[in-house]
Design a protein around this ligand. Structure first.
Ligand code: HAM
Length: 426
């Protein structure tokens, strides 16, 4: 029986890798210009880290974690997200002693045992950023500006920025109580999930997709109306900066996040083009998280983008297809051996060259060169080898020239070091 991959965990094949690399390179380029540095943390952490940060009553911790016991009896979990591991590292490595302000970004796989469907997987990839140590609303606006800059740069335009404020530890408890009171009066209309969780996690009820729950909460009180003066002022300033930066947003008072560590500003970049998996990126402020995990009382804000969702939105056909500069077509073993040496020398000089390793007909080799989109094919048959020449064929206009075999390496390097125009694939 064939061994298959794991449900919800995808192979990323060579045919789609150009889109992935493009999305990753643009993230690195843009994040660097905003002063962010990369951090790499393990994919496995102690289970307790996620329970304490994401929250015991969240769907992620209750149902979705890949948790196992290692051979020493420790409970470990494949990371379901990147914020908690980055904060664990920030605290453990005492990065704050070098500078209390840290701007970090990360790329990598995350794991959640969710029901797989288009845009939702059990292993998925995030590109995330975390800005630690600044509570000024300017950083909230800058993070959002960087997120919008990224979407512009990668050419994904079918998105909308939704923002909200979830208040702080001073104002949220009163709101929570008000919401629980509201829900209690409508318990009969709530789904069984919401009836179970309305006491422990009432905000999640606002996010429930069951129509009766949505109806029942249509007039529910919103956090925005219950913000304390500090949170209200913070949110107003964030909105003011966004307006000054000409960033369009919608205030979505029903937006709650699936992780408990958020406070004040929260946001999602949503799209209508991915069905129910409409969040392409999401994040917010987490001012209490670092101290909750035993670190200094430093605030933080960040976001993570789902790379699979970005890939689905980014039409890979828009990316320029890289053409192969040179294909070597050799006939007969001696010519094949000589072409092999030439290929190795050119590759050492950084030129991208391919050849056929088996002695196929010229026609078959030309077909293969065509598959690579080769700009030039160098033909070396027995007759050419005997005369110490090669034929260089320009694949765009079909013209051919004969060149002396000695010194052809230098000539090819000069000719092919000018990059050819890369037309968009049809
Ligand atoms: P999150 O909303 O759980 O936030 O995930 C962020 C993004 O990851 C989502 O908007 C989505 O694009 C993608 N994503 C989540 N689950 C899946 C899945 N099963 N399959 C495919 N894509 C998925 C966080 O993870 C926070 N750590 C973000 C953050 C960073 N907040 C502050 N800093």
């Amino acid at each position: 029986m064939n061994i298959t991959g794991i449900k919800g965990m995808n192979d990323i094949l060579p045919g789609e890798i150009a889109t992935w690399q493009f999305l990753e390179q643009e993230a690195r380029r843009i994040f660097h210009s905003y002063g962010f540095s990369e951090i790499r943390v393990p994919v496995v952490e102690k289970t307790e880290l996620f329970c304490r940060s994401i929250g015991e009553t969240t769907d992620i911790v209750e149902k979705e974690m890949y948790t196992f016991t290692d051979k020493s009896g420790n409970s470990l979990t494949l990371r379901p997200e990147g914020t908690a591991p980055v904060m664990r590292s920030f605290i453990e490595q005492k990065l704050y002693t070098q500078d209390p302000v840290a701007k970090l970004y990360y790329l990598g796989p995350m794991f959640r045992y969710e029901r797989p469907q288009k845009g939702r997987y059990r292993q998925f990839h995030q590109i995330g950023v975390e800005a630690i140590g600044v509570d000024d609303p300017k950083i909230d606006a800058q993070i959002l500006a960087m997120l919008c800059h990224y979407f512009d740069a990668v050419g994904i335009h079918d998105v909308e920025l939704h923002i909200n404020s979830l208040g702080c530890r001073d104002c949220r408890p009163a709101y929570r109580q008000a919401l629980i009171g509201y829900l209690e009066d409508r318990l009969a209309s709530l789904c069984s999930d919401c009836q179970r969780r309305y006491q422990t996690n009432p905000l999640r009820v606002l996010d429930c997709k069951v129509p009766t729950c949505q109806e029942a909460t249509a007039t529910a009180p919103s956090m925005i109306e219950h913000l304390c003066a500090g949170c209200d002022e913070h949110f107003s300033q964030v909105k003011g900066y966004l307006q000054n930066l000409a960033i369009r947003y919608t205030v979505n008072t029903r937006m709650v996040r699936g992780l408990d560590y958020y406070s004040k500003t929260t946001f999602e970049m949503v799209t209508s083009s991915l069905g129910s998996q409409n969040a392409v990126a999401a994040g917010g402020r987490y001012d209490g998280l670092i101290s909750d995990l035993g670190g200094p009382a430093l605030p933080g804000i960040g976001f993570a983008m789902g790379v699979e969702r970005l890939v689905l939105m980014k039409n890979s056909k828009e990316l320029p297809v890289e053409r192969l500069p040179l294909f070597l077509a050799a006939m007969g073993q001696p010519a094949g051996d000589r072409a092999f040496l030439l290929m190795s020398a050119l590759q050492k000089q950084g030129l991208c060259v391919e050849m056929d390793y088996t002695a196929k007909s010229l026609k078959a080799q030309m077909r293969r060169a065509g598959k690579f989109g080769a700009r030039y094919v160098l033909i070396l048959g027995e007759e050419e080898l005997a005369r110490q020449v090669v034929i260089l064929r320009n694949m765009d206009d079909g013209s051919q020239q004969e060149l002396p075999l000695g010194g052809v390496e230098k000539q090819l390097l000069t000719l092919l070091s000018n990059p050819a125009p890369t037309p968009a694939a049809g």
